[in-house]
Ligand binder design. Structure first.
Ligand code: FE2
Length: 206
């Protein structure tokens, strides 16, 4: 699709999220096969449900201690390193000192309705399962979006729902990014497949 406001650029350029016309920035580098395997096994094992914690942006200890005790050392290391990589990206982009971490195994659609999160930004990655769906702002039918009785995807005729493929970091602008931008319109994928989702929110108000 032409006119897509997606920037697929190097990880070192996540700071380009600051561009007024950019809604999200994706990493070019996918996660390793090892991490894909570990993530699949984590879903199967049911060891993870919904783990949330706050940690410093360069704090491996809190990540280590916050992950479930049942994780093997290899699994713990791989997941922890992925979290720390994300925290570093967020720190570079927002100068945050602390990050809210959520690692969740989702067995049904968590947010089936297209919505906007009232955050400045969020860094997320689907480690296993299908990626998050989104609609570029210019293709959102805002009347449908705000009509809560309308269950159809709020998308203009001729446009397509986009997907954030699994295995890549995505940095998204939320509703609190700036007053002239409503925030990225997105939802959990329309799928019954289980997902392992890691999302990181910068903590900026302390
Ligand atoms: Fe959301």
């Amino acid at each position: 699709m032409q006119n897509r406001r997606v920037e697929r650029i190097q990880e070192s350029k996540f700071s380009d999220i600051a561009n007024a016309t950019t809604e999200l920035v994706a990493s070019n580098a996918p996660i390793s096969r090892e991490l894909i395997k570990v993530s699949q096994n984590l879903l199967k094992s049911r060891v993870i449900s919904m783990e949330t914690w706050t940690q410093g942006w360069a704090d491996p200890e809190t990540a280590n201690q916050s992950l479930p005790a049942a994780l093997s050392s290899d699994t713990r290391r791989l997941i922890r390193d992925q979290i720390l990589e994300g925290c570093e990206i967020l720190h570079e982009v927002t100068s945050c000192r602390e990050v809210g971490v959520r690692l969740a195994a989702l067995h049904s659609m968590m947010c089936p309705r297209f919505h906007i999160d009232n955050l400045q930004c969020r860094l997320m990655i689907t480690l296993s399962g299908e990626g998050t769906e989104w609609i570029p702002n210019q293709f959102v039918d805002w009347d449908m979006f705000y009509d809560l009785s309308d269950r159809r995807p709020p998308i203009r005729t001729g446009a397509n729902i986009e997907k954030m493929p699994s295995g890549y970091w995505y940095l998204l602008k939320g509703g609190a990014w700036e007053k002239d931008y409503p925030g990225i319109v997105h939802r959990s994928p329309d799928s019954d497949r289980e997902r392992l989702l890691l999302s990181l929110d910068p903590i900026l108000d302390r």
